[in-house]
Design a binder for this molecule. Structure first.
Ligand code: SF4
Ligand code: SF4
Length: 376
């Protein structure tokens, strides 16, 4: 089982699509079925339970993977150091903004099987969203950990907004000679915070994002044909593997069925964003068995959707909280339909590359549930 461990709510950045929005006046969803979600007001800001409880919990699962998460988890580099040294977890991962990556000893960094680092593309865009100097700081740390022997998967994880040219950003992070990333993932800032009417999201998906996805899928396949390699662009990689295998997918981020999140008080939530949503907790590390946690699944319109087996419902959090007006939800689902159409349209070329030996049969193998939400 995969577990996100929330170390702290604190962060050293104030990114435009994240904490900076907390100061906005937000609109409410017009979905009358949207539930009023009670948030636990007493949840501690920092991890506040006996770490032996965590170790005893993880000990019960011989295949546990622990992903450090925040806030910014490296604000508690001390805890990461201690847990990596003491915990019985089989594997460790981290989702970080990368600014403080140099705080960890190389022997700890080199224990991670996957590191997800947030960047939004090139320097100008990243610094606009995340703060002046962030891009160079992160790239310097990425260079440093590679120099110090980190050989695991290094994923550049982008938040994508109307300022993003998706094709340009993915190309930059894939091909820039200074980059050391093995993989790329991106997630739309589809905004769970209620500022849709002030944005140009719908027009941008039509004129920029969706055409960019179609172009990128073509580039991705061209690279397979020319280099015999499948680039690890997660929004394409995971769904394409399933399409080729004829497999239906549950929620692709794994939340609520393969991936759970340990809150700062030890309660277990289905997803790392469902902080304090105690109605949806599935237990506490003091008593729960990590191999027998209840499943929490998407419902509502997703289950009747024509591409549900491909999409998996996209996001449990938004499926529960229903943050969007109808037109907004259709816009987001339209991006999933675009991805589905582009990937299914490319399947004959991919199959031909496998049949003629350009691609190995296992060319699409990858780590599942590694913090990539998959469907952007
Ligand atoms: S495309 Fe939209 S409605 Fe269909 S499964 Fe995905 S999130 Fe649900
Ligand atoms: S995609 Fe949604 S359900 Fe999955 S981890 Fe992200 S917020 Fe949680």
């Amino acid at each position: 089982m995969y577990f996100h461990l929330i170390l702290t709510d604190e962060c050293n950045l104030c990114c435009r699509y994240c904490r900076a929005k907390a100061f906005d006046v937000l609109e409410e969803s017009d979905d009358e079925t949207a539930p009023r979600i009670a948030i636990d007001p007493d949840l501690p800001r920092d991890l506040d339970f006996d770490l032996d409880l965590l170790y005893t919990f993880l000990q019960k699962d011989p295949e546990s993977t622990l992903t450090f998460y925040g806030g910014e988890p490296l604000m508690r580099a001390d805890l990461i150091d201690q847990i990596v040294r003491e915990s019985p977890a089989q594997r460790f991962m981290i989702q970080t903004n990368g600014v403080l990556l140099d705080r960890l000893e190389p022997e700890i960094v080199n224990r991670f099987s996957t590191i997800l680092v947030s960047l939004d593309g090139g320097e100008a865009l990243t610094d606009f969203n995340r703060g002046a100097g962030v891009y160079r700081n992160v790239m310097e740390n990425v260079r440093l950990i590679r120099e110090r022997g980190y050989k695991g998967e290094l994923i550049a994880r982008m938040a994508v907004t109307e300022r993003t040219d998706i094709s340009e950003a993915v190309h930059w992070l894939s091909y820039n000679p200074d980059n050391s990333f093995s993989s790329i993932h991106w997630q739309l800032d589809a905004n769970f915070a209620g500022d849709f009417s002030r944005r140009e999201f719908a027009d941008w998906t039509k004129t920029s994002y969706n055409p960019g996805i179609r172009a990128l899928v073509a580039d991705w396949i061209d690279h397979m044909a020319s280099d015999g390699e499948v680039m690890k662009w997660y929004p394409f990689l995971d769904p394409m593997e399933d399409l080729l295998l004829g497999k239906k997918s549950q929620l692709r981020c794994g939340s609520g069925h393969a991936n759970y999140s340990i809150m700062t008080d030890g309660h277990i939530a289905p997803c790392p964003v469902m902080i304090g949503m105690k109605e949806y907790y599935v237990g506490h590390i003091r008593t729960a068995d990590p191999r027998q946690l209840d499943g929490i699944f998407v419902g509502g319109e997703c289950t009747g959707c024509g591409i549900y087996d491909f999409c998996g419902g996209r996001c449990l959090y938004s499926n529960i909280t229903k943050p969007w007006k109808m037109a907004e939800r259709k816009t987001v689902c339209g991006t999933v339909e675009c991805l589905y159409t582009a990937l299914t349209g490319a399947m004959p070329r991919v199959r031909a590359l496998i049949e003629n030996g350009t691609l190995a049969p296992d060319a699409f193998d990858h780590e599942k549930f590694n913090g990539c939400e998959i469907i952007p």
